[in-house]
Write a protein that binds this ligand. Structure first.
Ligand code: GGG
Length: 362
């Protein structure tokens, strides 16, 4: 995303660690930011707030008023993960995801969710000859996740539940423009993904995307159905550069990209709007089954912190230093449990963070 004004000397980072493994991976990301700030003479203040299930336990709501205040008074947000089985059956507004994280994205209008999938170490991929550098641009405040009509009930005597995929032309246009600009700054290739042979919302998506790409004639553009895209990603992953798609399709395809890269623990994300403010979080969820065991891979959280520096604080060089440190640590064979194999004993979440800090000090 193009930045227009210089970064302030002092930046306020709101930290919302959330649930499950969220706190342990966020801790490593904050340590890395503190270290970079020290080396780069950057003033960062970190203020912690509650989001998700932990907030429900303490205050009865997933997004308490104090967290809102913190978000409004921050230059960028660093989020861990939210959710857990315990809260899954709560109604939408009380749910850690919909009532917490997704509400935050929606009300802050963070419509452009950037999910970079990079082969930091090609040998980690389960596929052969893979070296991908894909940027998935996910529309993040519309679609099925935010159905104006959703519900559950008995209709004609039958238990029924329904969600509706809803998009305005303007919602498609603005994410399309972001994706075209990013593709122009990168490899010049764009795949727009929909299901225009079936869904009305996708027919609109394709029509609007055709108009948007007409203003970027230098781009090589393909329009793909989401099922075909899922297959092509496995078949010819190296051919993709920027992929733009709607909310749910983007969530599914980014997990597929994580699988191609080698682990969900390697995919960071940033949710942006048209100013510099952004929310940065790993693509992975709260993983309650491994919470507190020191098994979580903090790479995605650390790489999200790098995205924060690049997109919200206008510090691309510092971001690149972090990305290089994570790559070097992985290359040196230091791996958390998700990436270790028979030959490599896994290190803990904090030991991986220590190794990244050591690289930053080098
Ligand atoms: N860090 C990502 C996270 O916490 N995910 C849980 C969640 O509710 N995600 C919704 C989504 O991004 O689709």
């Amino acid at each position: 995303m193009t930045l227009t004004s210089p970064a302030p000397l002092h930046s306020r980072i709101g930290v919302l660690p959330g649930d499950g493994i969220g706190p342990e991976v966020t801790r490593e990301a904050v340590r890395v930011l503190e270290r970079v700030a020290k080396h780069a003479d950057l003033q960062l203040t970190f203020t912690e707030g509650m989001l998700g299930g932990c907030a429900i336990e303490q205050t009865g709501t997933p997004l308490p008023a104090e967290t809102w205040e913190l978000c409004k008074n921050s230059d960028a947000l660093l989020v861990g993960a939210v959710g857990g089985e315990k809260w899954d059956s709560l109604p939408a507004e009380k749910n850690p995801g919909l009532g917490g994280l997704l509400r935050l994205r929606r009300e802050l209008d963070l419509f452009a969710n950037l999910r970079p999938g990079l082969s930091y170490l090609p040998e980690l991929s389960p596929l052969r000859d893979v070296n991908i550098d894909i940027l998935l641009v996910r529309e993040a405040v519309g679609g099925l996740y935010f159905s104006p009509e959703r519900g559950r009930g008995v209709q004609d005597g039958v238990e029924t539940a329904w969600d509706t995929m809803h998009y305005t032309a303007e919602q498609v246009r603005r994410i399309g423009i972001v994706a075209c600009r990013l593709a122009s700054e990168r490899g010049g290739r764009l795949a727009s993904v929909d299901k225009a042979n079936v869904l009305e919302s996708s027919k609109l998506w394709r029509e609007v995307m055709r108009e948007v790409v007409a203003d970027f004639p230098h781009l090589e553009v393909e329009h793909l159905y989401v099922d075909n895209c899922a297959m092509q990603l496995v078949h010819r992953p190296n051919d993709f550069d920027v992929i733009v798609t709607e909310n749910l399709f983007g969530d599914v395809l980014s997990d597929e990209i994580a699988g191609i890269v080698g682990s969900l623990g390697l995919l960071p994300s940033g949710s942006l709007r048209t100013d510099k403010f952004g929310l940065y979080e790993p693509v992975h969820g709260a993983a309650p089954d491994i919470a507190g065991l020191g098994k979580a891979n903090p790479s995605a959280a650390i790489l999200s912190a790098a995205m924060l520096l690049r997109h919200s604080l206008d510090r691309p060089e510092d971001a690149a230093v972090i990305e290089q440190a994570v790559t070097t640590v992985l290359q040196r064979g230091i791996r958390t449990a998700d990436l270790a194999n028979g030959d490599i004993a896994p290190v803990s979440t904090s030991a991986f963070g220590d190794a990244v800090l050591a690289e930053l000090d080098d």
